[in-house]
Design a protein around this ligand. Structure first.
Ligand SMILES: O=C(O)CCC(=O)C(=O)O
Length: 334
């Protein structure tokens, strides 16, 4: 059943609290007054061809019937973009391309809706990569999934247009979510994936899917979708589309994120002090109640200090090895 309540923000929100009260961590919203001011809005295919033709990027592919990530030259990827069809498409999904190039990173932002982000408190070794580059040919798409650590996601379209199916929380059975999957990250998490392509669902195989409630929207160049914690989502590129996604952990969803880190087996609940999780609910972190915000930040720091050194060591090793493999054009494990 399609839900009808999806909004684009007005030009400027009167106050940020209104965004936090109504949407953040609760309901998806399209923000129209942020991305059009980023220097990255001027990025073009030509710009990447002229400046990065020989650099390695990571594309999603299927190798020996298994999903894999393949490092190829930017030029090779660009030459494939125009050969896509409904049954074969190409999708650059690269977590490192932008963050490892300061001259590109500086073109992303500012973003007032993501300024409060406790992921910045995470140790470098396990902090989720920011600014995932998503450049897909027409017909390319993501899977139907919920994000790692259950963060709030932002997805900013620089050019092209992207359609979304967004499913409110609490519908795992209708979406046939695979049980007991892990991300296998150094800071591990539960993986929430559906086998269904929500844009062309197979109703014989997944007969209950059509009872699921969803929102469907199209986001165009210069707009940014914010997907709240707990919402399953799938994207479909209606035409060749370049987008940047990032993740947010803030006052409204930090407990959900910490819970996923516990569920990932990284920290035993028993290690946490008794007062953990007894903070006032997020509604009371309003009106610039800085003292309470400070308390939350202290809690998050304490939680992170309990991460075992082994996890940090593994995080460092994995990053180093991905960077090395990329330079050798290897098939990367995903
Ligand atoms: O833009 C896309 O293809 C989907 C991105 C997404 O869902 C994600 O980054 O989690």
């Amino acid at each position: 059943m399609e839900l009808q309540n999806m909004e684009r923000s007005k030009d400027v929100w009167p106050v940020l609290d209104e965004f936090w009260d109504i949407y953040d961590g609760k309901w998806p919203v399209i923000i129209t007054d942020v991305v059009d001011k980023w220097p990255a809005i001027n990025w073009t295919k030509r710009f990447f061809q002229q400046n990065y033709a020989d650099e390695k990027i990571v594309v999603k592919a299927v190798v020996n019937r298994k999903p894999a990530a393949l490092a190829v030259d930017m030029d090779t990827f660009i030459s494939e973009l125009d050969t896509s069809g409904p049954n074969g498409w190409t999708y650059l999904e690269d977590e490192l391309f932008i963050v490892t190039r300061p001259e590109l990173k500086k073109d992303i932002g500012p973003n007032v809706y993501a300024e409060e982000n406790f992921f910045n408190l995470f140790p470098d070794e396990v902090r989720p990569w920011d600014c995932l580059m998503l450049w897909g040919s027409q017909f390319s798409r993501s899977s139907l999934h919920m994000d790692p650590y259950n963060w709030n996601a932002t997805n900013a379209v620089l050019y092209g247009q992207k359609s979304w199916m967004l499913f409110p929380p609490g519908q795992d059975e209708l979406l046939y979510i695979y049980p007991n999957r892990k991300c296998h990250f150094p800071l591990d998490c539960v993986r929430y994936d559906s086998p269904i392509d929500a844009f062309v669902p197979d109703s014989t195989k997944y007969p209950h899917f059509d009872k699921a409630q969803y929102l469907e929207v199209t986001v165009t160049a210069g707009e940014m979708l914010i997907i709240p914690t707990g919402w399953y989502h799938q994207a479909f590129n209606e035409e060749e589309t370049l987008a940047i996604s990032s993740q947010i952990m803030n006052r409204n969803n930090y407990l959900a994120v910490l819970e996923e880190i516990i569920k990932g087996g990284n920290i035993s609940r028993k290690k946490l002090p008794a007062y953990f999780n007894t903070l006032l609910p997020p509604d009371q972190v309003r009106n610039n109640n800085l003292a309470l915000l400070e308390e939350i930040i202290k809690e998050v720091k304490l939680f992170l200090s309990l991460l075992h050194k082994k996890i940090l060591k593994k995080g460092k090793e994995v990053t180093e090895s991905v960077l090395k493999d990329m330079h050798q054009k290897k098939v990367l494990k995903i």
